[in-house]
Design a protein around this ligand. Structure first.
Ligand SMILES: [Zn+2]
Ligand SMILES: [Zn+2]
Length: 55
């Protein structure tokens, strides 16, 4: 189980329900966090490890 404290896109703390945490689909080495708001708005994120960008 991967773990991340903050949303990768906006930096908000991942405490409310509805967030998701997953490994980068491109490199698989960076944990991506997405808060509920960013999921609902499909806010882009950028992987710190490989630079992959996506919703
Ligand atoms: Zn967010
Ligand atoms: Zn990556």
């Amino acid at each position: 189980m991967v773990y991340k404290e903050t949303c990768t896109s906006c930096g908000v703390g991942l405490i409310d329900e509805g967030y998701s945490v997953f490994l980068c689909p491109n490199c698989g080495n960076e944990v991506i966090g997405r808060c509920k708001t960013c999921r609902e708005h499909s806010t882009p994120y950028v992987c710190d490890n490989c630079g992959f960008q996506g919703p």
